[in-house]
Ligand binder design. Structure first.
Ligand code: CDP
Length: 796
């Protein structure tokens, strides 16, 4: 008779356990960087450039130095004497820490003041006199490559123009042949605009250098503490073992907190020079104009089609606007991230992608905002292109997708750009979604509404996201291979602590990692504490972004639990006085195969590890596992949105949104649903309301919450989520695939496709996001495409 524990009751896999971290968050007891006050702490503020491109003729900081309470003024010149005026980026480029020669974007860091309090520091920043000589400004890739364009990065000896790279992937000749055989060629051109992750908590750091111990401790808002430790060691030339990075609670990251920002570097140098803790907390406008923007790419492509609807090949070209410094965090092999994950869900024989990256006078872009290295842009283009192609063929949207999907029996499947996808039930997800919106009936309603002048639309978007970088063979950042680790310590009473090198920013790791241990060992999740974010205690990890935590760190948690179970089995055999081969496992307990009533619990094994181990066994029940995933995980989703567009105003409302996500085994279904709802909300914001762009002078337009709107519960539509399709990942130890970003990745195209569908027959092929009412109105009124590419007029 089995005495296995009830997994759901102990909070294992599949339990919708309440998030343990919420105990402190909802009581206002979270501990964020800005909550930390150290004895003798000083405050740093940054002076930013008002101009987008200008030569610095002089900087006079004498008035700032004279202000009582000011301890230090840092300028680029001072940084240069310590070889710190420039720092390496995560894409083998360099980035100015404090400007020396020129400013290259509006909001660039020019000087820092360290003072007794932030107000004095801010006033002193205003007292710094900088003389600028304005230069011509570039705000898009076409200006960047135009004849006579000023060279933005004239600091780089080898740099001739503004092109950063020309990159290609796929089979150019094979794609040409596919197009020669096509009955129909469908084309699409669009701009995925800049967007900003805009976490509620801005970036910040408190550097605390202790001369007596030579130890540098930095509390900071980073999603990747170990990478920051390595970066500080290399940039500041400090010994790595003397650097401790602590990433306390983080108020949202979404990719914004992956890069190394000048503010971090300056606060560290200031603390070393002053031998006092130095706190820098970025303000909202600083965050919105200067820290990691996302997207900003122009996608242009065509699809070769057979008359019956079969896709024969795809060509894509991308012009990526990286801003003044190429600072994307992405695998070094891939210049434009995983943009070539496009069309992975479709059975397309051949494809070719070219990408050109350019410098412009904008803050660094390319941050993977809730997205696995440009996959958001890939999926957006894919689903917009698929919609356009189906329309061009006069085919039904659902039927066109169904016909071209990779079938369930085609896995493992090589995508047209060379990735290997391993599992999925694409057609089934689509069917679930279509049923949920009552597809045929909606089409009928749509036709009837049109006859009465009402514009209804339905948009389908599917997405498959490559999540969980590495494997280490192919994925690295700056040469550091991508894998992760977990450490598990089971104490003698059977309680445990698990640590990983990941760093959650609200995703619920403290809840779900415990659930994985619980699933593997039968220790109740409430008996397990999870710790992340301190490089002195956590094992090495590449951090949390690109929804890689569950695929990699989560897998490491399962693997280390299995190591613990293997040792516990030996302890059980010893306690039960049988050989190890005679011992069986069921959740929470080992028992004798021939006498199932004779057993010992995992807790009894833990006690034995410290009090009654067999001769020759190393005491204790602790271990570490490093996990190098064999492949990415490939979750799949279908999002279907129905909308009504008001032809008089261009305002559009969501009638219904159905989401069918297949992320394999769900560790915590409630957390997964939260992740999907959050992603759909962000997708809605990108599609509908988040306007941030640049005028001809490089002024950042929309860098405030009057224009760059954060969606609240008021305007966010309701979502209907479906979880019935589960395709376990064949190589992940517990069958899980990532989920954190899926809805933010796949969502935008669903909303846009719905609005475009409502406008079908009006001769409008594309409206760039955000689909603001005036843009939709313009498209309806003038029957034309509407571009959102900068420059815009500053009064737009
Ligand atoms: O890397 P990040 O944590 O942002 O993304 P993720 O690995 O997709 O996980 C987001 C949250 O959802 C974590 O708390 C996961 O443990 C949870 N999750 C889950 O419960 N089941 C899955 N199959 C995937 C994620």
């Amino acid at each position: 008779m089995s005495q296995a524990l009830d997994e759901i009751k102990i909070g294992g896999l599949g339990a919708s356990r309440k998030r343990v971290e919420d105990n402190r968050f909802i009581r206002g007891k979270g501990n964020y960087t800005d909550d930390i006050t150290l004895p003798g702490m000083l405050h740093m503020e940054i002076l930013r450039s008002p101009l987008a491109h200008a030569r610095i003729k002089s900087i006079d900081a004498s008035k700032a130095w004279d202000i009582p309470g000011v301890h230090l003024v840092l300028t680029g010149e001072m940084m240069a004497t310590r070889n710190l005026a420039w720092m390496p980026t995560l894409s083998y480029d360099t980035q100015a820490v404090l400007a020396t020669d020129k400013v290259r974007f509006q909001g660039q860091e020019v000087a820092c003041v360290i003072a007794d309090d932030p107000y004095i520091a801010k006033d002193a920043c205003e007292a710094i006199d900088v003389e600028y000589e304005p230069l011509p400004v570039i705000v898009n890739p076409w200006q960047a490559v135009a004849d006579g364009a000023p060279v933005i990065r004239d600091d780089k000896e080898q740099q001739r123009g503004n092109v950063i790279y020309d990159w290609e992937v796929g089979d150019a000749a094979g794609t040409d042949r596919a197009f020669e055989q096509a009955d129909v060629v469908s084309r699409l051109k669009l701009h995925y605009p800049r967007s900003h992750p805009s976490p509620i908590e801005c970036c910040g750091s408190i550097a605390d250098f202790n001369r007596a111990t030579s130890k540098l401790t930095v509390y900071m808002t980073t999603q990747a503490p170990h990478i920051i430790r390595a970066a500080v060691a290399l940039v500041a030339e400090l010994p790595e073992h003397m650097i401790r990075i602590i990433s306390p609670d983080i108020g949202g990251g979404f990719g914004n907190k992956v890069p190394v920002y000048p503010g971090y570097v300056c606060s560290i140098l200031a603390s070393i020079l002053l031998e006092r803790p130095v706190k820098w907390i970025e303000d909202k406008s600083g965050n919105l104009i200067s820290t990691g923007f996302a997207r900003d790419i122009y996608l242009d492509g065509e699809m070769a089609l057979r008359r019956d609807g079969k896709i024969l090949g795809v060509r894509m070209h991308c012009d990526a606007d990286h801003g003044a410094f190429f600072s994307d965090a992405q695998p070094s092999k891939f210049k434009i991230g995983l943009l070539h994950s496009a069309f992975a869900a479709y059975d397309i024989p051949v494809a070719h992608l070219t990408a050109r990256g350019t410098y412009t006078n904008k803050a660094p872009g390319g941050v993977a905002y809730r997205c696995s290295f440009r996959v958001t842009e890939a999926m957006f283009f894919q689903e917009r292109m698929v919609q356009a192609a189906a329309d061009d063929l006069g085919m039904d949207q659902a039927e066109f997708r169904r016909m071209n999907f990779v079938r369930d029996d085609q896995f493992p499947h090589r995508t047209p750009f060379g990735f290997l996808t391993d599992s999925g039930q694409y057609a089934k997800c689509l069917e679930v979604g279509l049923k949920a919106v009552d597809y045929q009936d909606f089409r009928r309603q749509q036709r009837e509404a049109r006859e009465r002048g009402r514009l209804l639309g339905l948009g389908i978007s599917t997405m498959t996201e490559p999540l969980g970088a590495g494997n280490s063979r192919e994925y690295d950042i700056l040469g550091i291979k991508m894998f992760d680790s977990a450490e598990l310590k089971v104490h003698m009473t059977g309680k445990a602590i698990v640590r990983t090198g990941a760093r959650g920013q609200g995703q619920g790791h403290e809840t779900t990692w415990a659930q994985i241990v619980s699933h593997e060992l039968g220790i109740p999740a409430d008996d397990i504490v999870v710790e992340e974010g301190d490089t002195d205690t956590a094992p090495f990890g590449m951090g949390t972004y690109a929804s890689r935590s569950t695929p990699v760190a989560g897998a490491a948690v399962a693997m280390v639990s299995r190591k613990i179970r293997a040792k516990a089995r030996k302890l059980a055999a010893h306690l039960l006085e049988v050989s190890e081969e005679d011992v069986e496992w069921e959740l929470g307990r080992f028992y004798v195969r021939s006498a199932p009533d004779r057993g010992v619990t995992i807790q009894e094994c833990a006690m034995a590890a410290y009090s009654n181990m067999p001769d020759g066994m190393e005491p204790g029940l602790e271990n570490t596992a490093y996990y190098d995933p064999p492949n990415l995980t490939w979750p799949f989703a279908v999002y279907i949105v129905t909308v009504e567009v008001d032809p008089e105003t261009g305002v559009w409302d969501v009638l219904k949104l159905v989401a069918v996500d297949d992320c394999g085994v769900r560790i915590n279904p409630m957390i997964v649903e939260g992740q999907i709802m959050g992603g759909l909300t962000e997708a809605y914001a990108m599609a509908n309301m988040q306007f941030i762009t640049f005028d001809a002078d490089g002024n950042c337009v929309g860098s405030n919450y009057m224009d760059y709107l954060l969606p609240t519960a008021w305007e966010t539509p309701g979502f209907e989520l479906h979880s019935e399709v589960v395709t376990p990942c064949p190589h992940h130890p517990i069958g899980a695939k990532g989920i954190g970003e899926c809805a933010a990745v796949g969502g935008p195209a669903a909303y846009v496709n719905a609005v475009m569908d409502a406008l079908s027959g009006m001769g409008v092929r594309n409206i760039d996001m955000p689909l603001l009412p005036d843009r939709v109105w313009e498209a309806i009124t003038y029957r034309r495409d509407v571009s959102g590419a900068p420059p815009v007029r500053s009064d737009d």
